[in-house]
Design a binder for this molecule. Structure first.
Ligand code: FDA
Length: 302
């Protein structure tokens, strides 16, 4: 990692808002649901599905959670009305998990009930380690009632994930598998990138063995290669899994996945509250900040 990239990843929380805003544009559909609808329509036309996410997390009052729940219902209704090939992703802390667990479950229950009306699907994103047990507990309860309409996320950086996969093998299984984006202590998370990758492939194998539907969420070429090999070896059909990527990342790889006959879903975030999401993306890939900074400073312009 270059000195610039190292510095960005260590100091990202202090990068001025205008710089983050400059690079964030590609990662976010825009401030409104209409923006997410437009981006989804474009991606649908190119043969991709989406999952729509309204930005905002770690709220301070339960009225904000209720407001996000109402937004989530509107997204589901809009997907239905506009006939989009899209589903919904939500974050438990956005629905008040850290304020009132029972009330939070009530809101998520209402959202999944709405998705069932439209034969749609809700993915409960996974956040930091403080929320893992509660998120898996919510998923367990909801899949009992709304089988096939709800799923959650497993993170391959967590040491616990292989055990969670075994524990969850007593009901309908639908997961997004990703590396994990939060900064967790080494006591909970693998830090070595090779260990995270090997755990990813191991977990994917176990999930397929258990008959799970998996959203394979990565841009890592090696992991995509290994997933494709596994799919081929097991003779899986395209409706037994999907690949997933973030909006704004590696469009060339999108084409490769589609051309190989796999289904691909793009994560489409929208909303005013773009700063924390964008900072996580920037921390993930400081090279982007380098490009943005050079543009802003007029470096490389001749
Ligand atoms: P890695 O970070 O090694 O990236 C591989 C390559 O992809 C990089 O070399 C770079 O070229 C490119 N790349 C990756 N990120 C980029 C970026 N931001 N900008 C430009 N290029 C980039 N995490 C979580 O904890 N909970 C969750 O619910 C989710 N949900 C989720 C949904 C979807 C659809 C995706 C794709 C990812 C998530 N994540 C997530 C994030 C995930 O955990 C992980 O942090 C990122 O996907 C980056 O990891 P990769 O597997 O892409 O590998």
């Amino acid at each position: 990692m270059s000195l610039f990239n190292y510095t960005v990843s260590k100091t990202i929380m202090h990068v001025p808002k205008p710089i983050v805003s400059h690079f964030a544009k590609g990662y976010i559909a825009g401030p409104t649901l209409a923006d997410a609808v437009q981006v989804t329509r474009d991606l649908n036309q190119q043969g991709m599905m989406t999952t729509i996410d309204i930005l905002g997390e770690f709220i301070t009052g339960f009225d904000q959670a209720v407001s996000f729940k109402n937004d989530a219902l509107t997204i589901l209704q809009t997907i239905e009305r506009e006939k989009l090939d899209a589903n919904l992703s939500i974050k438990p802390t956005q629905m008040g998990l850290l304020l009132d667990k029972e009330k939070c479950f009530g809101l998520i229950h209402e959202i999944v009930s709405e998705a069932v009306k439209f034969d749609n699907f809700v993915r409960i994103d996974m956040e930091d380690i403080e929320t893992t047990d509660d998120t898996l507990e919510f998923f367990r309860k909801l899949r009992e009632e709304f089988s096939g309409h709800v799923g959650t996320v497993l993170q391959s950086y967590l040491r616990r994930t292989p055990f969670d996969i075994s524990d969850l093998n007593d009901g309908v299984q639908n997961y997004r598998l990703c590396k994990g984006i939060y900064v967790e202590p080494r006591t909970h998370a693998w830090k070595n990138p090779h260990a995270i990758n090997r755990n990813f492939t191991e977990c994917l194998k176990r999930l397929f063995d258990q008959g799970a539907y998996v959203g394979i969420a990565t841009h890592d070429e090696l992991l995509i290669f290994e997933a494709m090999n596994l799919i081929h070896k097991l003779g899986l059909q395209p409706d037994q899994y999907e690949f997933q990527m973030l909006l704004g990342v590696d469009e060339e790889m999108r084409g490769i996945i589609l051309k190989n006959g796999h289904r691909l879903r793009i994560y489409v975030p929208f909303g005013e509250d773009w700063l924390p999401y964008s900072k996580r993306r920037l921390k993930e890939n400081p090279t982007i900040a380098q490009h943005a900074l050079k543009q802003i400073l007029g470096i490389n312009k001749h």
